[in-house]
Design a protein around this ligand. Structure first.
Ligand SMILES: NC(=O)c1ccc[n+]([C@@H]2O[C@H](COP(=O)([O-])OP(=O)(O)OC[C@H]3O[C@@H](n4cnc5c(N)ncnc54)[C@H](O)[C@@H]3O)[C@@H](O)[C@H]2O)c1
Length: 356
């Protein structure tokens, strides 16, 4: 049994639910600056070990890992404090909001011997897990292209105060899901080109950040990735267009994993066209009102994390993989800021002296 502390109890609610249902984890204590949020979670889960002081959480010697679900701008500071207190860190996406502090984080994780695991939740959704199994079994043959998008009407998100503060971006907070899925299959992305555009809607909320973005990525073998995001426009609805999708196309077959729908489409040589649905798992993945939170993915990743600890193995995405994804985002940002110029990911890492 491993012990978990959680900081940030908005989305942190999902990992509370996951830990309380797990036989591998004991939820030891939770923390939020806002005592009303702590009380709401205490009532919801009948769990009264809460504090408003992160320092108090870190001082608990019995905690093995801290799960961090605070606003994006605080992730670096909260991970650093967790590692320095001798805890593993499970950090929700985005790991970082820029490459500032990336090398320090890699070194701190190595020096303390504590893992930084990135909670890239989309990897742990049922259709995405099945797609990965098929990929690892070689069913796609030689992979040629990977296309991922995250398209949602996220205007509600602009009601959160911190989404309008310096540092927030749709690219780092939302589109990272699609970028991470492409990088999962094309870990050696070398080059990026693309465009971004800020709509009047984001501007009307006082946010000057691209909310429509389209990027092309290429790895060292010439394989092509596509990453797209739109965040403040009316959508077509999930039946017509998945909110998140990852499509792999290879010489022996293609597949598409979807989110929110629990649908997985395949066309592999000798198997014909198939669609698998996992609707019976809807209650496992979506535990609270509607589909606003998706705790099943967190359940899957904390069980995976515990297995890795048992085996003395590194849980992925680890800090280096997380930093490489941030470097790809930085290449996208730079390309779009410079009219679609071609940006090399390694140049960005070299400029910053990052060994990821
Ligand atoms: N799919 C996913 O993996 C997923 C989904 C949603 C949110 N997230 C991530 O979770 C994080 C939080 O998002 P959210 O939607 O829950 O935001 P939120 O604003 O609803 O919740 C953040 C909470 O952190 C608390 N907090 C702020 N500063 C704190 C501090 N110093 N110490 C302790 N608590 C503090 C706030 O009081 C608030 O309750 C973000 O980084 C977001 O990107 C990930």
């Amino acid at each position: 049994m491993y012990t978990l502390g959680v900081v940030g109890l908005g989305e942190g609610r999902s990992i509370m639910s996951a830990a309380l249902r797990s036989d591998r984890w004991e939820l030891r204590q939770v923390c939020d600056l806002n005592p009303n949020v702590c009380r709401a979670r205490a009532d919801e889960f009948d769990f009264d070990r809460w504090t408003t002081s992160y320092e108090e959480l870190l001082q608990d010697d019995a905690i093995d890992a801290i799960a961090i679900y605070t606003p994006d701008q605080l992730h670096y500071a909260h991970m650093k404090q967790a590692l320095e207190a001798g805890k593993h860190a499970i950090c929700t996406k985005p790991l970082l909001l820029s490459l500032n502090g990336a090398q320090e984080l890699i070194e701190l994780s190595a020096r303390t011997g504590k893992h930084v695991f990135v909670g890239q939740s989309s990897r742990f959704f049922e259709p995405m897990l099945r797609q990965r199994e098929d990929f690892e079994a070689g069913k796609h043959g030689e992979l040629e292209t990977v296309e991922a998008h995250y398209i949602t009407d996220g205007r509600w998100f602009l009601e959160k105060g911190w989404s309008r503060q310096a540092g927030f971006s749709w690219m780092y907070n939302f589109m990272i899901h699609a970028a991470d899925l492409v990088r999962w299959y094309l870990p050696g992305v070398e080059e990026v080109v693309g465009y971004g555009r800020c709509s009047e809607t984001s501007r009307s909320y006082g946010l000057d950040a691209w909310d429509n973005m389209r990027f092309l990525l290429r790895d060292g073998e010439g394989r092509i990735g596509v990453v797209s995001g739109s965040y403040t426009l009316p959508t077509l609805g999930r039946d017509a267009e998945p909110t998140i999708q990852c499509t792999l196309r290879g010489t022996k077959g293609s597949s598409r994993a979807e989110y929110f729908r629990l649908h997985y489409y395949t066309h592999f040589a000798g198997e014909g066209k198939n669609v698998r649905t996992f609707d019976d798992l809807h209650g496992y993945y979506f535990r609270f009102e509607g589909e606003s939170h998706h705790a099943g993915e967190y359940q899957n990743y904390i069980e995976y994390f515990a297995d890795a600890l048992d085996r003395g193995a590194t849980p992925y995405p680890d800090v280096k993989e997380g930093v490489r994804t941030i470097a790809v985002l930085e290449a996208m940002r730079r390309s779009a800021a410079n009219g679609g110029e071609r940006v090399r990911v390694q140049d960005i890492l070299d400029e910053r002296g990052i060994e990821a």
